[in-house]
Design a binder for this molecule. Sequence first.
Ligand SMILES: [Ca+2]
Ligand SMILES: [Ca+2]
Length: 93
Amino acid sequence: MAQCTIFWDENFSGNAYVINNSIPDFRNMSGEFPGQNWNDETSSIKVASGTWRFFADINYQGASKDLGPGEYRSTTSVGIVDNTISSVQLISG
Ligand SMILES: [Ca+2]
Ligand SMILES: [Ca+2]
C-alpha cells in the first residue's frame, strides 16, 4: 500500500499525518484526526512508497510537484512553496 507522511514543520517535526490515498481537500482531514485543517500547513514530507502529486490548491488544482520515495526535510528544497499544499493525488504505487 502506498503511504506518505506530511509534517506541520520542517525537519519532520510538529504534527504528522499519515496518508494512504488521494486527498482532494486538506481543509477537512479524516482518519485519526477527523476535521483537522491541514490546508497550507505542510512543511516537510516523507514518502514511504508510491508516487504522489502535491498541489497548491484544493481539488488537484494549481502548481503541482511529484514526489517518489524519499525524505524531504523541507518542501522548499523540492520546489514547493512552504505552507501551500492543499491536496494530494496518488499517481502510482
Ligand atoms: Ca508548516
Ligand atoms: Ca494552498
